[in-house]
Design a protein around this ligand. Structure first.
Ligand SMILES: *[C@@H]1O[C@H](CO)[C@@H](O)[C@H](O)[C@H]1NC(C)=O
Length: 478
C-alpha cells in the first residue's frame, strides 16, 4: 500500500506539471527524482479553501539597482480570519516551489496564529509558481534570481503590507519556513533583524557546499536504522551488482533488468552518473519524506526478491512508473533544463540557484553509504556548464559557494530569536545546526515533518518541540 501511495503521491505532485507538459515533454528520470526532493514541505489539503485569498504585490525586479525601474507581480496568500487591531503577522515563506494556501489554513503555524489572533500570510518566492518576473528563464533573465533579491522581496512585502493596513501598522511579524525557505528565515533575521520579532526554521540547510556527500550517508543511515542491516545490505549489494554488470560486459543484462531504453550509453560516464544518481535519489526521496512504517514497508518489498540486483531494478522501475522503457540518458536531462527556458518549471530556476549560490550536490563520494560510487559531484558541475554556461566550472561554483557562506555566516549565522528544528534522519540535517549549536533535533524524524498540529500521534520529542516553539512565540509577542 505504502509504495503505491508513494507512487501516487509522486503522480499527484507531477500531475500539475503533467497537465502543462502533456504531449510536449516527458520528465526525464533524473529530473523526476529531483522534483521529488524539492517539492516543499508536506501539507494536507483542507476543505475550507475559502479562508485564504490569493493576492499580488508589485515588487522591483532588482532591489539593488535603482536605475532599473522594471517591476513584477509577486503572489501571496492571505488568511485574515482572525484579524483584529494590532494582530501579529505570521508569514510562511515560500521556497523553490509553487505556494499554496494549505500551510496558512491548518497545522501548527495556523494554530499559533489562532491563539494570538494573528494574520496569516504565505509569500511566493520569485521565479517559482506564478511569481515569475521575466518572460523567459534564459540565463540573462535569471540574473534577478538570487536569495538576496528574494529576501528583499520579503522585507518590502512586510513594509508595504503594514503601511497599507491601518489595523496592522504597529504589528509584530513572525516568520516560518521549511527547507530552503527555513534557510531564508534565518538569513532574513540576519539581514533585517528589526523587521521580525522571531522565526521558526524547520530543516534549514545553512552551509553552502559543492560536494554534499553527507546527504547520502544520512539517507543510508535512515535505511539502516529503520529498515535494518539486511535491508541496507540489499541496497548496497544490489547497486554494487548492477555497477559490476555494467563494468564487466554484462551491460545488456543490466539494461534489461532496469528496462532502460536502447539509446542509453553505458560507456558514457555522464549517462552512468545520470542513471545511478537517479536510482539513489529514489531512496533519498523515501528517507526525506518518511513517516513511521514507510521504510520498513519498502524494505519488506526490497527483501521480497530472490536476488539483490533484481530488487533494486524492480524498485526503480516501480517508483519511476514510466509506461515503457526508462530513458536515462544525460542528454535528456540537459534538454529538459533547456526546454525550461521557455516553459516554466521550477526545476530550471532551482538548478540555477544551486550552480550560482549553493552547490548541495548529493554525491556518491563517501564510502559510508550504500548507493555505490557512480554519481560524483562533477556530474552536477557538468550539468551546470551544459545547461547554463561554460563559466560554471568547478572554480566558479566553489567561489559562488564561498561567497554565500561569507554573506550569511554558514553554520554560524549569528541570529537571535530563531528556533531551528531538524529531523535526525533527514539527509539535509548535515548542512544545518546541530544540538550543540542550539538546534532541536527530533529523533527518527525526516525533513520538515513538524508542521502539523499537535497531535496524539506525535512522538514525545516532536510534541515537546512544537510546545517549545509555541512558548517562544508567546514570549516574542508578549
Ligand atoms: C546478495 O549479496 C550478498 C553480498 O554480496 C551475497 O552474499 C548474496 O549471495 C547476494 N544474493 C544473491 C541472491 O545474489
Amino acid at each position: 500500500m505504502l509504495l503505491l501511495q508513494l507512487v501516487s503521491l509522486a503522480l499527484v505532485a507531477l500531475a500539475s506539471q503533467a497537465n502543462s507538459l502533456k504531449l510536449k515533454k516527458d520528465v526525464p528520470v533524473f529530473v523526476k527524482t529531483l522534483k521529488e526532493l524539492y517539492r516543499g514541505p508536506p501539507q494536507r489539503t483542507v476543505a475550507r479553501a475559502d479562508t485564504a485569498e490569493e493576492k499580488w504585490i508589485t515588487q522591483p525586479l532588482d532591489h539593488f539597482d535603482e536605475s532599473n525601474t522594471k517591476t513584477y507581480e509577486m503572489r501571496y496568500f492571505l488568511n485574515d480570519e482572525f484579524q483584529t487591531d494590532g494582530s501579529p503577522i505570521f508569514i510562511f515563506l515560500g521556497g523553490e516551489w509553487e505556494a499554496s494556501p494549505g500551510m496558512i489554513q491548518q497545522g501548527h503555524w495556523y494554530d499559533m496564529a489562532k491563539e494570538h489572533n494573528g494574520v496569516l500570510i504565505y509569500t511566493e518566492h520569485r521565479y517559482y509558481g506564478e511569481s515569475v518576473p521575466t518572460e523567459t528563464m534564459s540565463l540573462e533573465n535569471l540574473q534577478y534570481l538570487h536569495v538576496k533579491q528574494a529576501l528583499a522581496d520579503v522585507a518590502r512585502f512586510i513594509e508595504t503590507f503594514k503601511s497599507e493596513n491601518a489595523q496592522l501598522t504597529n504589528s509584530k511579524v513572525l516568520l516560518a519556513g521549511g527547507s530552503y525557505s527555513a534557510t531564508m528565515v534565518v538569513w532574513f533575521k540576519r539581514l533585517y533583524p528589526d523587521l521580525v520579532v522571531g522565526g521558526w526554521a524547520s530543516s534549514a540547510p545553512l552551509l553552502a557546499k559543492v560536494d554534499f556527500y553527507e546527504y547520502k550517508e544520512v539517507t543510508g543511515r535512515a535505511f539502516l536504522e529503520l529498515g535494518g542491516q539486511k535491508c541496507y545490505d540489499r541496497i548496497q549489494n544490489g547497486i554494487a551488482e548492477l555497477e559490476y554488470m555494467f563494468d564487466n560486459k554484462r551491460a545488456a543484462e543490466a539494461r534489461a533488468m532496469l528496462r532502460i531504453c536502447s539509446s542509453f550509453d553505458h560507456e558514457n560516464d555522464l549517462d552512468m552518473w545520470n542513471l545511478f544518481g537517479s536510482i539513489s535519489n529514489i531512496f533519498a526521496s523515501v528517507a526525506q519524506t518518511q513517516s513511521p512504517g514507510d521504510i520498513e514497508y519498502y524494505c519488506d518489498f526490497l527483501l521480497s526478491f530472490d536476488d539483490n540486483a533484481t530488487a533494486i531494478a524492480n524498485f526503480a522501475y516501480w517508483a519511476w512508473n514510466y509506461p515503457s522503457c526508462i530513458d536515462a540518458r544525460y542528454q535528456e536531462t540537459v534538454e529538459y533544463y533547456l526546454w525550461g527556458i521557455d516553459n516554466f518549471d521550477s526545476s530550471r530556476p532551482w538548478f540555477y540557484q544551486t550552480c550560482n549560490e549553493y552547490g548541495w550536490y548529493q554525491s556518491s563520494r563517501s564510502n559510508n553509504q550504500p548507493f555505490g560510487n557512480k554519481f560524483p559531484a562533477t556530474f552536477n558541475i557538468e550539468l551546470c556548464k551544459d545547461v547554463f554556461s561554460s563559466k560554471f566550472g568547478n572554480e566558479q561554483i566553489e567561489s559562488n559557494i564561498a561567497q554565500t557562506n561569507e554573506d550569511f555566516g554558514g553554520l554560524e549565522p549569528n541570529v537571535e530569536n530563531v528556533y531551528m528544528t531538524h529531523g535526525e534522519l533527514d539527509p539535509w540535517s548535515a548542512m544545518g545546526q546541530g544540538v550543540a549549536e542550539g538546534a532541536t533535533v527530533i529523533t527518527k524524524a525526516s525533513h520538515c515533518t513538524d508542521f502539523g498540529s499537535i497531535s496524539s500521534s506525535d512522538s514525545s520529542e516532536m510534541r515537546a518541540s512544537k510546545e517549545r516553539i509555541a512558548e517562544l512565540v508567546r514570549e516574542w509577542l508578549a
